[in-house]
Design a protein around this ligand. Structure first.
Ligand SMILES: *Cc1c(COP(=O)(O)O)cnc(C)c1O
Length: 408
């Protein structure tokens, strides 16, 4: 039935209001009690994961990268639907364990892991993606002290790059992982120091909308793992092929096609059966799982006209949503999709700039966007806000209160 209603992004629109988790926005704002807030729709997250499961072969393990959205309720919801969680700090590790994910299926990647973080990871029994020889040495001591061998995989800085990805994280000189050509030495040390070798982690980028380049990098990652396996001190049990699946943010961007990726992974799964003995292939996704299921809601405080241009000054801004302001990895600033949340499709429309209360021109959520005409107290919504929102923002800048987060 909801399919017949108008939609904005993945959200239904009813009586011209955005609907989140079955609740109209004005009602939701009353329920939350104050603005600004983030709202995440659990049914949309579940649906997204179901779409992934339908497109990908059954034998592929699907992991969620917690840093995309670490809200404990979100992680707990997702933990029930995926095969594993990837964390990037001891803080995220606590969230992942609290969410009920088994330690066996949690992995920890990130440069500069501190000794206490490594110790917590070994004690918990999770998989540690090693990023340097320093970590190998520390893990030997920690393993001996705790009497548990650390479960490790080697994060490889590949000798290729993920083409057309929004943020490159592999290839060339990088702080991530161990350069492919130096991995054999690391493998030798892992064996000699008695760590429990599990496999490889090869992650090369983020926010890619081209299925063909994702497929290409998965094949290259698999080939690289295959090659490096010859120097491994124990059988390879896990190959993490990375993720990088992007979502459309800007006009003209089309959603990623899952079908060719599913077919490519099916072929790799067959190769894995031939070339390895019982290996688990993993992909890890953050943004793709949560990004489109979340919105950021702020309220118009003042409507100003300056030399003929309309500015909606809201109680929200870059201190809560750095990414939408264009200051989190964008080279040329573009607008996230923005709407008047209680006048989404009909009624008079107006071209406005949506700004925040901070004393900087960077505090811009919408640069000359056309939305339903808004007044003081209107609710303005930024879509595609489920990933890299609140926790990727400088919330203390200018000392405003933090926004709330709700999962519906
Ligand atoms: C950030 C990160 C991810 C998630 O990237 P998305 O673009 O959100 O899918 C996955 N793996 C690692 C190692 C990461 O650092």
């Amino acid at each position: 039935m909801s399919e017949r209603l108008p939609r904005f992004g993945l959200f239904a629109v009813e009586d011209d209001e955005l609907v989140v988790g079955g609740v109209k926005l004005s009602r939701l704002a009353a329920r939350v009690g104050r603005t600004p807030f983030y709202a995440y729709d659990r049914a949309l997250i579940s649906r997204r994961i179901a779409e992934l499961r339908a497109a990908l072969p059954e034998t592929i393990s699907l992991h969620y990268a917690v840093k995309a959205n670490p809200m404990p309720a979100v992680v707990t919801h997702i933990a029930q639907l995926v095969d594993g969680l990837d964390v990037a700090s001891a803080g995220e590790l606590r969230v992942a364990l609290d969410a009920g994910m088994s330690a066996h299926d949690i992995s920890f990647a990130g440069p500069g892991k501190q000794e206490a973080e490594l110790a917590a990871a070994v004690a918990a029994g999770i998989l540690i993606n090693i990023e340097s020889l320093r970590e190998v040495r520390l893990l030997e001591n920690i393993s001996q002290r705790l009497g548990v061998p650390a479960r490790v995989a080697v994060r490889v800085n590949p000798d290729f790059e993920l083409k057309s990805s929004g943020m490159r994280m592999g290839g060339g000189p990088k702080q991530f992982g161990i350069d492919a050509e130096r991995v054999p030495q690391a493998l030798e040390e892992i064996g000699r120091r008695g760590l429990s070798f599990q496999g490889f982690h090869i992650f090369s980028g983020s926010q890619n909308l081209r299925a063909a380049s994702i497929c290409e990098s998965q094949v290259k990652a698999f080939d690289l793992a295959s090659r490096l396996a010859q120097s491994a001190p124990a059988p390879v049990r896990v190959i993490n092929l990375g993720g990088g699946f992007g979502i459309p943010y800007f006009p003209g961007e089309a959603p990623l096609e899952l079908k060719p990726i599913g077919e490519n992974l099916a072929a790799l799964a067959q190769r894995a059966e031939r070339e390895f003995d019982r290996v688990e292939l993993v992909i890890e996704l953050g943004r793709y799982i949560v990004g489109e299921s979340g919105i950021y809601v702020c309220r118009v405080v003042d409507r100003k006209v300056s030399r003929g241009e309309v500015f909606l000054v809201t109680d929200g801004g870059l201190h809560h949503h750095l990414a939408a302001s264009g200051n989190f990895g964008q080279v040329i600033r573009k607008n996230y999709p923005v709407c008047n949340g209680t006048q989404v499709c009909s009624g008079p429309r107006e071209v406005v700039s949506v700004v925040g209360p901070l004393c900087t021109p960077l505090d811009l959520l919408g640069d000359r966007v056309e939305i339903g005409a808004a007044q003081e107290d209107s609710l303005i919504v930024v879509l595609q806000s489920g990933a890299y929102g609140l926790t990727a923002s400088p919330t203390r800048f200018l000392g405003h209160p933090e926004p709330l987060e709700v999962l519906l």
